[in-house]
Design a protein. Structure first.
Ligand code: CMC
Length: 429
């Protein structure tokens, strides 16, 4: 009886040699290709993968996505159940620790986060130094990085040190985010209120004016919490990969988080929901939607908030955000852009161009509409994304530094430059 083995047989037609490589978890090890050489002094075969479109850079047990079906799970729990029944801090615990907390663990976790929300007064002064109309995301990138100078012990490698920085980063992100916003509009900072929930306190720091005690609307507080849950992790995306790459050099987690924020700042990543809002505003009314879809099909522009590298089905987060939008509008009043968005989705999902390319709404399609209805300016959209994503970044950073198979991230290149040549003095050029 012939035995089937999980291997890949490669014949190198340059030499006629055959190699058998093990296949594990549907992958081969790139380093196994290095034995494939044309001469003894040959470096060995490399893989070339711009954009890492087909490279698994780690083993991870944090987040599972099945893009063909439209499934997203954190540590095995479906995103729909977490959005329905959990809270952002509980999800943060789950993502970082791998299991849902017991009631005691939950209480301790919430207590710790709540009691680290304040930032050093010098950070506030640092914030004051920004230009009056500085972009809040630029301020977030800088101040998160600056935190590393306040906690030099963060470079340590012990479990307790790691835990402390994880707590600080999750706790201080909303404070930095809200302070950045208040600075950008020239408004006095509102300090954290430890009586409020994580989301409620964030809304307090954003919107508190002259009232003695800010009381968040429970529907908006819950909506904020759900939006944070939906953004908490999404496996090896650009910013998470950045977090891992920086962490791989043993940089502290504040510096790594600043890098992750910077990666998120770009419009191909955390900036897409702003682009959706601009697009809907440009379309202007429901009767112009068909025209706009035709222009996108003709390649004049891309429908923002449509399509995803991984999801080739409806992004499960987009479904939840769409439902949430109506609950928010009951409180804030309807954002008229929702009618344009719903019509756009209806037409696109019936159109052969979008159907054949498997282009569905992604999480950014509806989130900007909710944020706008809640009063957030578009410049805050990537900041809100970062606030939700910080537990995911930290969980990946921790997983990476504890993974004995990992080494400093250092890809190879295919050199395309000049061969050796002699320097020519300036006077002779
Ligand atoms: N509108 C119109 N056509 C599109 C769109 C779109 N939004 N997205 C992809 N296509 C077409 C594209 O022109 C190409 O067509 P063809 O095969 O005829 O050349 C085909 O679909 C495949 O596109 P691709 O660029 O190879 O796909 P990708 O996986 O590299 O890109 C994407 C994924 C998200 C960058 C892209 O779909 C896009 O630009 N979407 C709009 C921006 C957006 O919503 N980004 C948010 C992503 S989710 C949140 C996050 O990750 O931060």
């Amino acid at each position: 009886m012939s035995e089937t083995r999980d291997t890949l047989t490669i014949t190198d037609n340059r030499t006629g040699r055959t190699y058998e490589l093990p296949v594990e978890d549907g992958s081969i090890r790139a380093m196994d290709l290095r034995q494939i050489k044309v001469a003894d002094d040959d470096f060995g075969l490399l893989t070339y993968d711009p954009g890492f479109k087909n490279t698994a850079s780690c083993r991870s047990s944090i987040c599972f996505i099945d893009g063909d079906v439209g499934i997203l799970r954190y540590r095995g729990y479906p995103i729909e159940q977490l959005a329905e029944s959990s809270s952002f801090l509980e999800v943060a615990y789950l993502i970082i620790h791998g299991e849902l907390p017991t009631p005691e663990q939950h209480e301790q976790w919430v207590y710790e986060i709540t009691h680290h929300t304040f930032i050093h007064e010098n950070i506030k002064q640092f914030m004051d130094g920004f230009h009056h109309d500085a972009h809040p995301m630029g301020m977030l990138v800088s101040t998160v990085g600056a935190l590393s100078t306040f906690y030099p012990e963060a470079k340590g490698t012990g479990a307790e040190t790691r835990h402390m920085q994880i707590v600080r980063l999750i706790a201080k992100f909303p404070t930095l985010a809200a302070f950045a916003y208040r600075h950008s509009i020239g408004m006095r900072y509102a300090y954290p209120d430890n009586d409020l929930s994580f989301a409620g306190n964030f809304l307090n720091m954003m919107w508190k004016t002259t009232e003695l005690k800010y009381e968040p609307d429970p529907v908006l507080e819950r909506a904020m919490d759900v939006l944070l849950i939906l953004h908490a992790d999404h496996e090896q995306n650009c910013s998470t990969t950045t977090m891992r790459v920086i962490g791989s050099s043993d940089a502290d987690p504040y510096s790594a988080s600043a890098g992750a924020c910077a990666a998120l700042y770009g419009r191909k990543h955390g900036g897409a929901n702003e682009a959706v809002l601009n697009m809907l505003q440009d379309i202007g009314s429901v009767d112009k939607v068909a025209e706009a879809v035709a222009a996108a099909k003709a390649g004049e522009y891309r429908l923002m908030g449509f399509g995803h590298r991984v999801y080739k089905n409806y992004d499960p987060r987009a479904k939840i955000v769409r439902e949430l939008a109506h609950e928010v509008f009951d409180i804030t009043g309807k954002n008229p852009l929702i009618d344009i968005a719903v019509e756009l989705e209806r037409i696109a999902l019936e159109d052969e161009y979008f159907v054949s390319r498997k282009l569905y709404p992604n999480v950014d399609f509806y989130s900007g509409i909710i944020y706008q209805a809640m009063g957030f300016p578009v410049s805050m959209f990537p900041v809100l994304f970062a606030m939700g994503r910080i537990p995911g970044w930290l969980a990946h950073w921790q997983e990476h530094v504890l993974d004995e198979e990992q080494a400093i991230s250092r890809p190879r290149q295919l050199y395309t430059g000049a061969d050796e040549r002699d320097y020519v003095p300036l006077s002779l050029r």
